[in-house]
Write a protein that binds this ligand. Structure first.
Ligand code: SF4
Length: 437
């Protein structure tokens, strides 16, 4: 990791001259020395720890996952081994997973609802995936919810209580270095660091690190710096103070350096004062965003009517087809109206052709032979943006009446074989809610 020095900022002519050949043999030693120079000094460590903890004690936001009020309301079952640490660990885990890719303000409501429904790990372990997905709807990245459920089941089945150290936490599905560090330090006081986007930003500015923060070697060094700083007596509070600073003062675009408790130790601030060409926001270096790819899909809301004629608004004898998506990939394991990917932008005729093929092949719904169409109309289109995909969805409504018992029986068979669900639903206007959660 290279800290930006003024010589680097000023230009090529001020860069150090290449080293003579005989000096290169000592490169390993020199690298080690450079490495040590990149670390915090003891004086800096003490100052940063004390300043940040004091600031955190007076300024931390009141967030539900920082309280353990649930412990008072729900009696602890001794046989389940859920003491205060476990309760805290569960809360930290759920909140940290929710906070990945989602803003704090949005997460607060989700977290409170989640904790009301599943206040302990044991409650969660008994939930079904459908219930968990329903609760998660709107947060996106549903794999995270599935991992929470699988992780809870695994911990409860293990019978040894919540893992308390990073190495054991990493064995739980969906728990990576960051979440493990957060749980172990906040709930169980293990002296371990955490490194997330906020921490990287603060460290990159404190040390004026200009290297690409996504680069593996650089990430490793951020962990090393964070490990140096973590307070041995209050590891959880210290880690939270570092994240809190990044979330509230040391923000990506408008850092509030005048209110910052560690401004005296901040190299980016010092450099920017000396050289007007350098901005604090130059740190960390911006990584190049992946280009979103465009995808197109046709969705058909298939209503199977019990009537042979169409009476507008009467769905009392109707059922709808919902299909479960594959267990891997985008929106894995979620239920959706029948959909087909189109490959590229497509006109209505082609979309219907593709959809007809899919319905015929998967469910034997064939307007020529097995069903009669009561209504088929284009409903509209919308674009849903995932982090890496821009998905344009064309939606149509198809109301059919089945011609014979054979098709009905086949659909019933699909219920098990193709994971087709007959779902008595009356809120089908809310299509995007079902499709994208
Ligand atoms: S002084 Fe400014 S840039 Fe440096 S850590 Fe504080 S808020 Fe961030």
């Amino acid at each position: 990791m290279r800290s930006t020095s003024r010589s680097q900022v000023r230009g090529k002519e001020m860069l150090p001259k290449p080293k003579p050949k005989e000096q290169r043999q000592h490169s390993a030693t020199k690298e080690a020395v450079a490495d040590i120079e990149d670390l915090f000094s003891d004086k800096e460590i003490h100052k940063i720890r004390a300043s940040l903890l004091d600031w955190y004690d007076h300024n931390q936001r009141d967030l539900p996952w920082r309280r353990i009020t649930q412990t008072k309301e729900i009696p602890v079952k001794e046989e389940e081994g859920e003491g205060e640490g476990e309760r805290r660990a569960y809360g930290v885990w759920v909140s940290e997973v929710m906070l990945q890719q989602t803003r704090v303000q949005t997460v607060i409501d989700y977290y409170n609802r989640w904790m009301l429904k599943w206040p302990t790990l044991h409650h969660l372990a008994q939930a079904s995936l459908e219930e968990v997905n329903e609760m998660w709807a709107g947060l996106g990245y549903y794999r995270r919810a599935r991992f929470l459920l699988e992780g809870a089941r695994m911990i409860v089945a293990g019978g040894d209580g919540f893992p308390k150290i990073v190495s054991s936490l990493l064995k739980v599905p969906g728990i990576g270095d960051y979440t493990a560090g957060a749980i172990a330090s906040i709930a169980f006081k293990e002296v371990v660091p955490v490194v997330d986007g906020n921490v990287i930003r603060v460290l990159a500015r404190l040390k004026a690190i200009s290297a690409n923060p996504k680069d593996k070697v650089t990430v490793k060094k951020f962990w090393k710096l964070a490990a140096q700083l973590v307070d041995p007596h209050r590891p959880g509070d210290f880690n939270q103070s570092l994240m809190e600073l990044g979330a509230t003062l040391c923000t990506p675009l408008n850092p509030s350096c005048s209110s910052c408790p560690v401004s005296g130790e901040c190299r980016a601030l010092a450099i920017s004062k000396l050289d007007k060409l350098v901005l604090i926001t130059d740190y960390p270096a911006k990584s190049i965003k992946l280009k979103q790819r465009h995808e197109f899909s046709a969705v058909c809301v298939v209503e199977i009517s019990g009537r042979q004629d169409l009476i507008e608004g009467d769905q009392s004898n109707s059922v709808f087809l919902l299909v479960k998506r594959p267990d891997e990939g985008l929106l894995a394991g979620l239920w959706e109206f029948p959909s087909v990917m189109l490959g590229k932008e497509a006109a209505l005729t082609r979309r219907r052709k593709e959809m007809n093929c899919f319905l015929k092949k998967s469910f034997r719904l064939d307007p020529q032979r097995t069903c009669s169409i009561l209504l088929r109309e284009d409903v509209g289109e919308f674009t849903h943006i995932f982090s890496h995909i821009r998905l344009k969805v064309y939606v149509e409504l198809l109301i059919v009446h089945l011609k014979g018992l054979k098709t009905l029986l086949f659909l019933c068979k699909c219920l098990f074989a193709l994971q087709l669900l007959f779902y008595q639903v009356f809120k089908f206007q809310n299509i995007s809610g079902v499709i994208v959660g």
